[in-house]
Design a protein around this ligand. Structure first.
Ligand SMILES: [Zn+2]
Length: 209
């Protein structure tokens, strides 16, 4: 299949079938037009405006696929950032939310044939943390916003200074304990007599009544 066949009804139908995305059927990305059914889509493909768009597409298909892929990636990441910035979510959940917008970039116009392929790409390029489980792929947004990075570094600094403070405090307490132990041990060190310490003897000799 040549690149120019990328948006033919047959090619799109095959990709949709392969992905099981029945809902997204019959959307023409080049014209950003949603058709109602196969027949409507066929009619759309015959239309002059679509033919004109296909001519433009045919001039440089790679540029369009790259452009759609980039746009898909941007808006997909934007969606995760907005709704799941700090959590790990199932990729299909994110995707279903993403496609709820009627004007989303359709994945069948991108370089990725499946959601899994796209998720793996996001993991490989360090855009997200991704992991595969028996329940499918999960995805966590990696926040690289300058504002978040700044907050993060301030927090780390605070944690470090808190730790230093804690250590200092601990050393102080340890020092006090050691000094106290020396004070307690000291009187007994030189005394070999089994007699109780003098002050105790004194206390004993005080009459009770
Ligand atoms: Zn079209």
């Amino acid at each position: 299949m040549g690149k120019n066949d990328f948006l033919t009804p047959k090619a799109i139908a095959n990709r949709i079938k392969a992905k099981g995305l029945q809902k997204l059927k019959w959307y023409c990305q080049m014209c950003e037009k949603q058709c109602r059914d196969e027949n409507g889509f066929k009619c759309h493909c015959m239309s002059e405006s679509h033919q004109r768009q296909m001519y433009v597409f045919g001039q440089n298909p790679d540029r369009f696929v790259d452009g759609y892929s980039q746009e898909f990636e941007n808006s997909f990441l934007e969606h995760i950032k907005r709704t799941h910035r700090f959590s790990r979510v199932a990729a299909t959940v994110v995707y279903n939310e993403y496609i709820a917008d009627r004007h989303h970039i359709h994945m069948n116009s991108t370089q990725w044939a499946t959601l899994t392929e796209c998720i793996k790409y996001l993991g490989r390029t360090g855009k997200c943390k991704v992991d595969e489980t028996p329940k499918g792929w999960f995805i966590t947004f990696i926040d690289r916003e300058p504002e978040t990075l700044l907050k993060e570094s301030l927090k780390n600094k605070r944690v470090r200074s808190d730790l230093a403070e804690e250590e200092r405090h601990e050393r102080e307490i340890q020092g006090q304990i050691e000094r106290a132990e020396k004070l307690v041990v000291q009187p007994g060190v030189n005394s070999s007599s089994p007699e109780p310490p003098p002050d105790l003897t004194k206390a004993e000799s005080i009459p009770n009544g």
